[in-house]
Design a protein around this ligand. Structure first.
Ligand code: HPA
Length: 235
């Protein structure tokens, strides 16, 4: 047990998939895992462990935003031995050629402020995905025929953003989409020698103002889980 995770030692798999929403962790575990069992419910941040094609997998909610994800990922890595961590979440599209329901696989995650900021101070560290996970996720997405974009995303600290000028700079510099967690996930994975990736479904579009209805979100989420599992266990 850690401060925020009630799982017993050995209850968390080396491969952890991290939706922001704890109910998505429950939904995915029930749908994709054999013999899923609940391993965490502290603060309602549900976690489940089971097997997928014989491989141990944990789905653990991360909560919204980098400070929340940072707590769970620190404890998963340091105390439970997680080695491969894949965020499966949603994002807002920032480019006209990126459509609702498309998948974005984040090569890099630009950020302004995050829990690791105090370490880097004046340095603009470049949080990046693990190459082998990125490669295998792209291959899985292409094999499924899922419309997929690979490139940089923006991990923001605010959903209700007051800095329109910042978003404009992101768009201008080719950032594909905005979410709120990946940069800290990539930074922590790098710090601890783990593999990390963020796979995101476009749920809303910052340029058109359009958003996906909830049933379509579910289908997009299912695609992402499959891509993530195939990337974690290729071949
Ligand atoms: N902004 C930040 N995070 C998000 C968004 C957004 O528009 N959509 C989904 N996650």
């Amino acid at each position: 047990m850690t401060i925020h995770i009630g799982a017993a030692p050995g209850d968390i798999a080396e491969t952890v998939l991290l939706p922001g929403d704890p109910y998505r962790a429950k939904w995915a575990a029930e749908r994709f895992l054999d013999n899923p069992r609940r391993v965490n419910e502290v603060r309602g941040m549900l976690g489940f462990t089971g097997t997928w094609k014989g491989h141990n997998v944990t789905f653990q909610g991360s909560g919204m935003g980098m400070p929340s994800l940072s707590i769970y990922v620190n404890e998963l890595i340091r105390d439970y031995g997680a080695r491969t961590l894949i965020r499966i979440g949603s994002c807002g599209a920032m480019q006209p050629h990126v459509a609702l329901r498309d998948v974005i696989i984040a090569m890099t995650a630009t950020t302004l402020g995050n829990p690791s900021r105090s370490i880097f101070r004046e340095v603009n560290y470049a949080p990046a995905a693990d190459w082998s996970l990125l490669r295998d996720a792209v291959a899985a997405a292409e094999a499924r025929g899922t419309p997929t974009h690979v490139g940089g995303i923006y991990s923001s600290d605010t959903f209700y953003d007051e800095r329109a000028d910042l978003n404009e700079q992101m768009v201008r510099h080719g950032i594909l989409g905005v979410e709120m967690e990946a940069a800290e996930l990539y930074t922590l994975a790098a710090r601890h020698g783990c593999r990390a990736l963020a796979i995101l479904t476009v749920s809303d579009h910052l340029q058109t103002g359009m958003a996906l209805p909830s049933d379509a979100r579910e289908q997009g989420f299912s695609d992402m889980v499959e891509i993530a599992l195939q990337a974690a266990f290729p071949g």
